[in-house]
Design a protein around this ligand. Structure first.
Ligand code: F6P
Length: 530
C-alpha cells in the first residue's frame, strides 16, 4: 500500500505554518508568559517524571503533533504490534518484544499461536539455570562453582545486556564477575581472559543468528582457551548459548540443556528482555531480572492503553519529530547524569539509529524524513567535552537529560543534579546583553527534555528502556518506516567476507583502487604479496 506523502497531510502543513509563526518566539518568553508551563508540559508516571516544558512547543504545537500522529494511524500501528501482526514487512515477521515482559496471564499471539507458553517455559529454565549457578549447585568441569561470567555477543546481543548489567551493578553479587566481549580485536578477549580461572568461568554466547562473524570468532577463541586448559569435555559445563539457531549452537558443542531459545519476533536491539539477558540474570538474580521486566511491562501497559495526548512515548516521539522535521535538528543528545547510566547513549544509538536510520518507506518509496543522529555521554564529564557545541554551535540539538533522584551519596547527587538542572536551564535561557562580547553570548532557545527516576532500580530501568523503544517505534510509524529491519548493515558484512581471502594472500580482483591500495598497504606490512 502506498503511504501518503507526509507533507501533503493537513496536520503536516499546519505544523509547517505553525513552525514559521513560532520561529521568533524564545523559550524564555514561553516560560515568562505561562507560570504553569512546567505543570502543563510535565508528566509523572509512577516513579518516572518527564519534564518536556523546555522544548520549543506550545499547546498548539502539541495539539497539531497529536493530529499528525492520528493522521499516521499511530493507534492502529500500536495495536498491530501488540496483536503480533507482521509489522516487520521486509522480513515478514511479527515484532513482539512486549511478550517477553508480559508477566500477566494475557495471551500474546503470533500467527494464531499464543507464544506465552514458550516465553514462560524459557523464563523458568533461565531462572533455574541462573539460580543453580549462583548457589554453586552448578559446577564447572573440575567441580568448582562458576564465579566468572563472560558474555560474548555484539550489537543487541551485547549493548543491551552490557548497559543493563552496568546500570544494575549495585544489584550484582560481589563474588560473581561479569565481563563483556564483542570486538574481534583479540586485545579485548585476551584482556578479559587474562584474569580468569577457567575452572570457574562460564561463557555465554549470545547470538540470535549464531552466524555473526565477530561473535563466532570470539566464541572460537574462548573455546580454544578453555579446551587448552581443561580439555574438550569441559565445553559442556562452561558454555551456554542463546539463539534462534539451536542447531548451530549444538554444532558448536553446547549441550541443549544450556541452550536457550529466542524467536524471530524479537529484534536484536529489543532482545535484552529475552534469554539474551541471561548474563544479567546470573549476575543480579532472577528476582531482579523479573523487576526489570515488570518496569518495562508497566510502560507497555501505559503505551498500549493511554490516549495519544496522555501517552509518554507518543509525546516524546512527536516532540522528536517536531525537532527533526520542523526545527531543523538532525541530531539528539542523550545525557545521563548518573555514572551507572553512562552506557545508555550506546544502547540508544542502536535502538534509535538501527531502527529509524533509513531512507526508504515501508512501501519502498524514498523518504528524507527519518531518525536523528544519536550521540551522548555521561554528565557531567560531557560538559567538559562536547557541550560547547550544544550551547553555542550553529545547529540546535535537542537534549535528553536523565538522572535518578536517590543515590548512595547525597553530596555527589547534589552536585550532579545542580549541574544537570543548570545545563538544561542554560540551554533554554541562554545569555544576552548589549555589553557582552559576541563570544560570551548564548543564544538559548535550545530544547531539552528531563527524565527523572525516583531511584535507579531494576523497575525504573525497565520503564526507561521501554519508554525509548516505544518512542522510536512511534516515530517510525509517523515517518512510515519499518523500524524493525536493519538491511543497512548487510553490505559491509558481505564485502568484508569477500575481502578476507585477499588479506591472507589470494589475489584481489575487481575492487576499486582505494580498497586495493589499502589492502596492499596491509599486506606489505604483514609480509604477504600485494
Ligand atoms: O549487524 C547488526 C545485527 O544484526 C544487529 O541487529 C544485531 O543486534 C547484531 O547484529 C548481532 O546479531 P546476532 O545476535 O545474530 O549475533
Amino acid at each position: 500500500m502506498t503511504i501518503a506523502s507526509l507533507n501533503t497531510l493537513p496536520a503536516w502543513q499546519a505544523l509547517e505554518t505553525h513552525a514559521i509563526a513560532l520561529r521568533e518566539t524564545h523559550l524564555r518568553a514561553l516560560f515568562a508568559d505561562d507560570p504553569d508551563r512546567f505543570a502543563r508540559f510535565s508528566f509523572a508516571l509512577g516513579p518516572l517524571l518527564a519534564d518536556y516544558s523546555k522544548n520549543r512547543v506550545t499547546t498548539e504545537t502539541m495539539g497539531l503533533l497529536m493530529e499528525l500522529a492520528r493522521a499516521r494511524n499511530v493507534e492502529a500501528g500500536r495495536a498491530a504490534m501488540f496483536a503480533g501482526e507482521h509489522i516487520n514487512g521486509t522480513e515478514d515477521r511479527a515484532v513482539l518484544h512486549v511478550a517477553l515482559r508480559n508477566r500477566a496471564t494475557r495471551p500474546m499471539m503470533v500467527d494464531g499461536v499464543d507464544v506465552m507458553a514458550d516465553v514462560r517455559t524459557t523464563r523458568e529454565r533461565l531462572s533455574a539455570f541462573a539460580e543453580s549457578l549462583r548457589s554453586g549447585a552448578w559446577t564447572g568441569a573440575t567441580g568448582k562453582p562458576i564465579r566468572h561470567i563472560v558474555n560474548i555477543g555484539i550489537g543487541g546481543s551485547h549493548l543491551g545486556p552490557m548497559f543493563v548489567a552496568d546500570a544494575l551493578k549495585d544489584f550484582q553479587r560481589a563474588d560473581l564477575s561479569l565481563a563483556f566481549v564483542s570486538n574481534p580485536d583479540r586485545a579485548q578477549i585476551d584482556e578479559v581472559l587474562a584474569g580468569l580461572d577457567p575452572a570457574a568461568t562460564l561463557f555465554v554466547v549470545a547470538s540470535k543468528t549464531f552466524t555473526t562473524a565477530e561473535t563466532m570468532f570470539n566464541a572460537g577463541i574462548a573455546r580454544t582457551w578453555l579446551v587448552d586448559k581443561l580439555g574438550q569435555g569441559a565445553v559442556a559445563k562452561h558454555f551456554a548459548a542463546i539463539s534462534t539457531n539451536l542447531d548451530a549452537a549444538a554444532a558448536f558443542g553446547i549441550p541443549k540443556d544450556n541452550v536457550f531459545p529466542m524467536w524471530d519476533w524479537v529484534g536484536g536491539r529489543y532482545s535484552v528482555w529475552s534469554a539474551i539477558g541471561l548474563s544479567v540474570m546470573i549476575a543480579c538474580g532472577a528476582d531482579v531480572f523479573d523487576q526489570f521486566l515488570a518496569g518495562a511491562e508497566s510502560m507497555d501497559r501505559h503505551f498500549e492503553t493511554a490516549t495519544l495526548d496522555q501517552n509518554l512515548p507518543v509525546i516524546l516521539a512527536m516532540i522528536g519529530i517536531w525537532h527533526a522535521d520542523f526545527l531543523g535538528s538532525t541530531a539528539m543528545a542523550v545525557l545521563p547524569y548518573d555514572h551507572r547510566l553512562r552506557l545508555l547513549p550506546f544502547h540508544l544509538q542502536q535502538v534509535d539509529m538501527e531502527s529509524n536510520g533509513k531512507g526508504v518507506l515501508t512501501d519502498g518509496a524514498v523518504t528524507s524524513h527519518s531518525g536523528p543522529i544519536v550521540f551522548g555521554g555521561g554528565g557531567s564529564d560531557s560538559q567538559h567535552s562536547f557541550y560547547q557545541l550544544l550551547h553555542q554551535g550553529p545547529l540546535p540539538i535537542p537534549c535528553d537529560f536523565i538522572a535518578a533522584l536517590k543515590g548512595t551519596d547525597e553530596a555527589s547527587r547534589d552536585l550532579l543534579l545542580a549541574n544537570m538542572f543548570a545545563q538544561a536551564e542554560a540551554l533554554m535561557m541562554g545569555r544576552s546583553g548589549a555589553d557582552l562580547a559576541p563570544h560570551r553570548i548564548f543564544p538559548g532557545n535550545r530544547s531539552s527534555t528531563t527524565l527523572l527516576l525516583e531511584e535507579l532500580t531494576p523497575y525504573t530501568l525497565g520503564m526507561l528502556m521501554a519508554l525509548y523503544e516505544h518512542k522510536v517505534f512511534v516515530q517510525g510509524l509517523v515517518w512510515g518506516l519499518n523500524s524493525f529491519d536493519q538491511w543497512g548493515v548487510e553490505l559491509g558484512k558481505e564485502l568484508a567476507k569477500s575481502l578476507q581471502p585477499a588479506l591472507v594472500g589470494t589475489e584481489l580482483k575487481g575492487r576499486d583502487s582505494s580498497t586495493a591500495g589499502l589492502v596492499a598497504a596491509y599486506l606489505k606490512i604483514k609480509g604477504g604479496t600485494a
